[in-house]
Every structure is written in C-alpha cells, then in structure tokens.
Write a protein that binds this ligand. Structure first.
Ligand code: SAH
Length: 314
C-alpha cells in the first residue's frame, strides 16, 4: 500500500508514500510557478509605486542596472568561478553553488563598474540547475563550457585558496583570479590548493589575517570571496570589504579592536578604481572550514525562486 510503480521522468520505479507526496508537491510547485511569478511581480510593482510616492528608494534603479554592464565597465578585472568540481558535490550542494553564484552575479550587477565575471566548465548538472530555476541566459556573465585553463593564459591565472601561503597584496587587472566553485562542507580540505600546485598555477589567499581578526576559520563561500574582491575593485580597502562581507557570526573584528558590522549585505554603492598588483608571501595559518552557509533551507527550488526576485536581469 505504501509503494507502487510509477513513471517518474520516464523512469519506472517504486515510490514510497513520502516520495509520492514530495513529487506531488514539486509538480504542484512547477504548475503554479508562472502564476506565482505574476503575482509576485505585481506585488513588487505595487511596493515600488508606494515607495516612489513616499519618496523612498526601493532597491537599485532598474534603468541604471541595465546601463551598468560588463562591456561598458571601466573595470577590466577578470574573476572566474571554476565549476569543474561537480563530481565532488552532492546535488544539493550544486544547488548551493548556484545560489552563491547568483548572489555574486547580483552583486556584480549592482556596482557602477562591474568586474568581468566568468563561469568556466559551465555544463552538466550545474547548468541544468541554473537553467531550470533561474533565467540565467539573460545574465550579463561570461559563460564558458571550457575548463578555466583553456580560457586564459596560464601565467595570468591566480587560483584563490585559503590554504595558500601566498597572500594577495593588491588586485592586479592583468591577472585572472579563480574561485573554486566548490561547496564541500569541509569534506575536501585543500583540494583547490592541491590542484593549483599540481598544475603549476599561481595561487594565493585573501589577506584576511593582515587586516582583521577572525574568531573562526577563514574559508569563505564563493559569493563572499567574490563580493570582497568586488568591493576592492570598486575602491574599498581590504579591511572595509572584509568587515562588510564576512558574516558577524564568524566573529570578524577590526585589528584595531572595533567590532564588525553587517551580515551578507550586497555591495551596492562604492566608487571606482581598480588598483592592481601582485601576490606576496607567507604568514598563513590556514584554517579550513567549508565556506558554506550555516543553515540549508529545505527546498532548493524554493530557495532559488526566492533569490530570483533580486535578479536585476529579470
Ligand atoms: N575545500 C575547498 C573550499 C571551497 S570554498 C577548497 O579546496 O578550496 C570555495 C572557494 O572560495 C575556494 O575554492 C577558494 O577559491 C575561495 N576561498 C574561500 N576562502 C578563501 C580565502 N580565505 N582566501 C582565498 N580564497 C578563498
């Protein structure tokens, strides 16, 4: 009574009561998706109108968002998210990766001079998840199916890793900074660093210890790393960028002793500039965590749907 054979996406398999319930819920969610989007759009429109009537600002100016594209940006800093780690992740973590990349993308769209943001090894399950849940094809983002090493000159690449003994001093526009597209809950400690070393790719960590004191480990999420770099390309100091982006629960404080501030706010303002430079050396106490979010909401699709509303391209 609990199980029966049912066809799910063309595959015949027995489903438990729980699975059937879950499937029905998902189908219902998909069926009502468009209707919900319409309602939400209307709600947002009304909220925007109310805010406008009261002279309040309601999110970023959409016209401005459309103008601030990568091609028109004075910032030529290339930043890559290397999505070649699918085999190391469970499906739900690939979903988290998608969410983190969406956040990175949203942050990039909200600054005056977006960085040149790439996703490499863009195929497989990750691409499927993005295309199912989010209108990724409209995003102002450089998608590459190739592996990152095939897209850039080897000598220009700097792989970012909290395990590296090298420290980024200043950002260098002639370099291409690579962020590992990996959400692993600390299961693959040091993987990105190991691969960079094996492949003779330069590597470096963010100068966290040099500017702030952190109570916890220094492995950040993809979007945190991206947003810190973004802040710096827009003229912020490393310290301000760290204190703004690193969540309060990680216990980040100014080296001079003052407490940190916000948690996971978007980098929205900031002026320009894009100072550049090299990678210096040691002093690393690498403390590897996982770089993941603390809580994982139950339903990935719901989560992706939620962030959809902040997507400036929609
Ligand atoms: N175990 C993974 C951790 C993934 S965290 C690993 O082997 O790296 C996701 C990515 O964020 C990392 O691959 C790295 O590129 C970047 N990252 C996280 N914390 C960082 C730090 N403190 N300095 C430089 N890059 C960091």
């Amino acid at each position: 009574m609990d199980t029966q054979v049912e066809e799910v996406n063309g595959v015949k398999e027995p489903l438990s009561k729980k699975q059937k319930k879950k499937l029905m819920k998902k189908q219902k969610w998909l069926e009502t998706k468009q209707e919900r989007r319409k309602k939400e759009k209307l709600k947002m429109k009304q909220k925007r109108a109310v805010a406008k009537a009261q002279g309040l600002s309601f999110g970023p100016d959409r016209k401005k968002l459309k103008q601030c594209t990568m091609s028109g940006s004075s910032c030529k800093q290339q930043i890559v998210v290397d999505m070649s780690f699918e085999e190391f992740m469970m499906e739900k973590d690939i979903g988290k990766c998608a969410k983190q990349i969406h956040r990175s993308y949203s942050a990039n769209r909200r600054v005056d001079n977006p960085t040149q943001l790439y996703i490499t090894s863009f195929h497989g399950q990750f691409k499927e998840i993005l295309s199912k849940n989010i209108g990724y094809s409209n995003w102002d983002l450089h998608y590459r199916t190739e592996f990152y090493r095939e897209c850039f000159r080897k000598e220009d690449l700097v792989y970012l890793s909290s395990d590296s003994d090298n420290i980024i001093d200043k950002l260098d526009e002639s370099k291409v900074y690579v962020i590992g597209g990996l959400v692993d809950h600390n299961a693959h400690k040091g993987l990105c660093h190991k691969l960079a070393v094996e492949n003779g790719i330069q590597h470096a960590r963010l100068p966290i210890d040099e500017y702030i004191v952190m109570k916890t480990r220094k492995v950040l999420t993809i979007d945190q790393v991206f947003r810190i770099l973004l802040g710096v390309t827009q003229g912020k100091s490393w310290k301000d960028s760290f204190l703004e982006i690193i969540p309060a629960r990680k216990g980040a404080t100014d080296k001079d002793g003052s407490p940190d501030n916000s948690e996971e706010e978007q980098v929205e303002d900031a002026s320009k500039s894009s100072s550049c430079n090299s990678v210096s050396t040691p002093s690393a106490e690498t403390d590897v965590e996982n770089g993941n979010e603390v809580s994982a909401p139950k339903d990935m699709e719901t989560r992706l749907e939620n962030i959809e509303h902040t997507d400036p391209s929609l």
